[in-house]
Design a protein around this ligand. Structure first.
Ligand code: ADP
Ligand code: MG
Length: 239
């Protein structure tokens, strides 16, 4: 027990240290990115030489990637604090589909929401559940980006006290031998992946008393399971 407590203490210290480091990296990174944008604007006023603008764009995209990594890492290192509100779940699903449909369309992917007509009031952290959905749908987009295909966002249940936010894609699926690893932090099969998306989703959903189930049968079906709201609950909070 003493040994385990010591390990937990060390891990917490490492988490704090790296969280602090990520935070410190954020502001110079944003500063550099801003200066580079200004430089790009100045250069493009006097020249359209790709030998000048090409490298700038390259650095810009690398800075973007680094910034995503830092943001992902920060939401991973931070303890999850929920900010609870009542909100309409089908509306959230529809909004996420609407938000990402244009990005999906550029890869020949049709992203749509199939939702019940009636509303469903849920009490949870709307912003964090939106982050979970965006991460899961982004993975579906990335699985289809070279082939095109379909992504459907839907709502299942409530049934037996649970409901599921379901995201299905008709992509290649996740090979059996790595399916148990997708929630591991930094596990990624992508050249540009951070491997933090599903780890963050897992933590956020768990904090809501839920779980994430993945089923692959041809494509991939991700169920974000949440405890169902108690029937007869009041109206959503004002947005
Ligand atoms: P990242 O997207 O940065 O790689 P994630 O944690 O979001 O990290 O996902 C981990 C891995 O899970 C991905 O690299 C990919 O191999 C696999 N994965 C997740 N969702 C899907 C999907 N819809 N289709 C195929 N593979 C997936
Ligand atoms: Mg991802």
């Amino acid at each position: 027990f003493a040994r385990r407590a010591r390990i937990a203490e060390k891990l917490a210290a490492i988490g704090e240290l790296s969280g602090g480091l990520a935070h410190e990296i954020r502001s110079p990174l944003n500063g550099a990115s801003l200066q580079l944008q200004l430089l790009e604007r100045r250069i493009s006023r006097v020249s359209s030489d790709p030998a000048l603008l090409g490298p700038i764009e390259m650095v810009q995209s690398e800075l973007n990637r680094l910034s995503h990594l830092v943001e992902d890492f920060l939401s991973f290192a931070r303890p999850v604090e929920l900010d609870l509100h009542r909100f309409d779940l089908p509306t959230l699903l529809a909004q996420v589909a609407e938000l990402l449909a244009p990005e999906a369309a550029t890869h020949g992917i049709e992203l749509r929401a199939e939702l019940p007509g009636a509303g469903l009031v849920y009490e949870g952290d709307r912003h964090k559940l939106q982050q979970v959905l965006i991460n899961v749908v982004r993975n579906a987009i990335e699985a289809l980006e070279h082939t095109g295909g379909d992504i459907v966002v839907s709502l299942v249940g409530p049934e037996d006290g649970m409901l599921a936010l379901r995201v299905t894609d008709d992509g290649p699926g996740i090979p059996e031998d790595i399916r148990s690893r997708v929630f591991e932090p930094f596990f990624s099969t992508k050249a540009m992946g951070t491997g933090l998306g599903m780890a963050i989703c897992h933590a956020l959903v768990q904090r809501h008393g839920g779980a994430i189930h993945i089923r692959c049968d041809g494509g991939t079906e991700v169920d974000i399971l949440l405890p169902a709201p108690v029937a007869g609950d009041a109206a959503p909070d004002r947005a």
